[in-house]
Design a protein around this ligand. Structure first.
Ligand code: PHB
Length: 390
């Protein structure tokens, strides 16, 4: 073969590769999933990763003719790592979505990158109200602390709880929980007798619990993020707060179904307000809990459901755009979306891009020898009330 025809052949081979490569890229939709898979918040990462795997097993990995590819990165819930991971995913991997975000600082760190890249950021865990205000590309399928803390504040004031000591994790969602609980509880006539804030990383609750016991409240209001409830309840029982008749109340994070069954009888009677209970009595939830237990040998908690709904939202948005991955079109498709989740009916508020969901008041009871949050009152279609007033 002449040099000339060899060059022509090589050139046409390159052209063929170039012609095929973009076609393959167009056929895949890439989701960059950033989660804490190690460190103190690892249970959140595990639950969300599991739930996404389960959803994809149940619904297949192709939507609107596109193959869904998940690229998982562990940020250890450290916002600097979140930012690096998001940058790599957007620039190198050319992802079409970023998703996950186990804590508020992680969700906030990625927000400017979502805006610059015009890429949807699907928040599946973090719960501070301001998050969705940080980028027009943020959509949330988890919850806000305002949703649950206002409701437990009203409930406590109306149910004979007069004096409360508060214990909250010292970062943004803990401050939201405290602010919104206080607002509603004191408006209903309740009094705060002690306020303590504990560090987010590896908290030792014992010294704070002694102070709270000495303040002799009717109840302690507790917000700790998912994963820390087991350790909190252990120290609460060791310090004898249960024996002293001091109840635990709060948003349901402290009673995460993932850990609840290991907490022992000290947890019995705990009343919390939250978005999800593994005991939610719908057919869909029964199937979800059974499938999750079968696949992962553990009970799904509220983070698992938030991840399951997050991937559902991505699938449904892609169906609506016919597989197109333009960020603005995807966000428009997500706004106002409504569906039934294992937690109950939910929707995405078209104005704030935040989740609208039922909040249930639940009490820990023993059912067939296991501890569950048994729902006994429902507040329907609760929006986030914690946004900056405009
Ligand atoms: C948060 O960091 O926003 C966060 C994490 C875990 C929770 C709630 C809020 O359970």
């Amino acid at each position: 073969m002449s040099i000339r025809s060899q060059i022509l052949l090589a050139a046409s081979a390159v052209a063929a590769v170039l012609a095929v490569a973009p076609a393959q890229a167009e056929d895949a939709v890439k989701i960059g999933l950033i989660l804490p898979m190690t460190g103190g918040q690892a249970s959140t990462g595990k639950q969300i990763d599991n739930a996404i795997k389960l959803y994809m097993q149940q619904h297949g990995d192709t939507v609107a003719g596109k193959k869904i590819e998940i690229i998982l990165k562990d940020d250890g819930a450290l916002p600097d790592k979140t930012k690096t991971a998001a940058q790599e995913l957007i620039v190198n991997d050319k992802v079409n979505f970023i998703a996950g975000f186990g804590v508020t600082p992680a969700a906030l760190a990625a927000a400017p990158l979502a805006t610059q890249g015009k890429i949807p950021e699907v928040v599946m865990a973090a719960g501070t109200s301001i998050i969705t205000e940080r980028s027009p590309y943020i959509v949330r399928t988890s919850f806000t602390l305002a949703q649950s803390s206002t409701i437990i504040g009203d409930w406590a004031a109306k149910n004979g709880i007069k004096k409360v000591a508060t214990l909250t994790s010292d970062y943004a969602p803990g401050n939201d929980a405290l602010t919104f609980f206080k607002q509603n509880f004191t408006a209903g006539g309740g009094e705060i007798v002690e306020e303590v804030k504990v560090p987010l990383a590896n908290p030792d609750f014992a010294p704070f619990l002694q102070r709270m016991k000495d303040a002799k409240p009717d109840a302690v209001f507790v917000f700790v993020p998912a994963g820390q409830g087991g350790n909190f309840m252990k120290q609460y029982a060791e310090r004898g707060l249960d024996k002293a008749g001091i109840k635990v109340i709060g948003p349901g994070d402290v009673m995460d179904d993932d850990l609840l069954n290991g907490m022992g009888d000290a947890a019995l009677g705990t009343v919390t307000a939250h978005l999800y209970s593994a005991a939610h009595p719908s057919a869909m939830n029964k199937e979800f809990v059974a499938a999750y237990k079968k696949a992962f040998n553990s009970r799904p908690g509220f983070m698992a459901v938030s991840g399951y709904d997050g991937i559902h939202l991505i699938y449904e948005a892609l169906k609506k755009t016919g597989g197109k991955t333009d960020g603005d079109e995807l966000i428009a498709a997500m706004k106002g979306m409504k569906w039934e989740s294992p937690r109950g009916p939910i929707s995405i508020d078209p104005e704030t891009r935040d989740i609208v969901q039922n909040i249930y008041i639940r009490k820990v009871e023993k059912v067939d020898g296991e501890l569950y949050n048994v729902e006994f009152a429902t507040f329907e279609a609760v929006k986030d009330s914690g946004k900056t007033k405009k």
